[in-house]
Design a protein around this ligand. Sequence first.
Ligand code: 5GP
Length: 351
Amino acid sequence: MRIEEDLKLDFKDVLIRPKRSTLRSRIEVDLNREYKFLHGKYTWHGVPIIASNMDHTGTFAMAKVLAEHQLLTAISKFMPKKDWQDFAAKHDGLQNNIFITAGSSDNDFNNLRDILKVIDYQMICLDIANGYSQHFVDALKRVRSTFPDKVIMAGNVVTGEMAEELILSGADIVKVGIGPGSVCITRKKTGVGYPQLSAIIECADAAHGLRGHVCADGGCTVPGDVVKAFAAGADFVMLGGMFAGHDECEGEVFTEKGRSYKRFYGMSSTEAMNKYAGGIADYRSSEGKSVNVCYRGAVENTVLDILGGLRSACTYVGAKKLKELSKCTTFVRVTQQLNEVYVDQEMKDCR
Ligand code: 5GP
């Protein structure tokens, strides 16, 4: 047994130090990025924020609205093939904004191949809770050799050496995060995890050295966390909980004690496993939870709030473009983030 004594940090442990800036207004800030990838032949451009491939947020309704703002959506891997066909037939031009998700099983691989036979989308999200398994690396190599030109995002991992391994095995984008998610209980059940800000910094450093990209996945609770993820070196940021509870999410709005909610569950929760796997096998435990989240109306308001925060952050540090944000960032370690004296008033968001 070994102990690593280096302090590892989370979003809550830092703030961004403001710097003298010549930017006069947030309007001057450009949040668009253009990426060429190590393996995939596709050049992507847009605002690099992705709705998570969870049932609740990885919907076509979400994809349509986010695409209007050049944001991306990773569609849930449980989306029926028929719905893919209907969607692609009706909507042209959304190829740039959509990831098709698959896990590491043969069944998922066949499903992915079937979808790509009829729909010429460019981006694949290979998602598994534990990106350290050799089985996953083999699945990634198989997808890469079958689709040499596609952009592949793969994860999740939290350490530089595994980010490198995934890139060398065919990933263009490494998805980073084990345990930080809003409905994740992996750390509680297993004791495994890594503070997310440090995971992003270390994986970005390793991936960028190989001309790979990283996507920070999980743990963002407010727009300021999204800013910190980009400032730490993330090329993309994936959001689940921050996009939950909106009209575009799966599920119905329901009312309890005069307040409106939507159900939101982790993809390894008992609820998800009952739905897709006929329950939890007795050799494993649930590593996700189910919650009722406040109903928040149209997701567009949340998108604008996040983009507004990002632009504002850029003006505080003198970054004219999102691309410059991490170069312009000095993090300061803090012991307190917020003054929470009126925190209860925020419940007014729950209508
Ligand atoms: P959030 O933005 O809500 O903090 O985090 C979203 C991420 O949490 C997802 O993109 C996914 O990587 C992760 N996640 C989703 N469901 C589960 C789950 O049931 N268990 C765990 N461990 N992680 C989950």
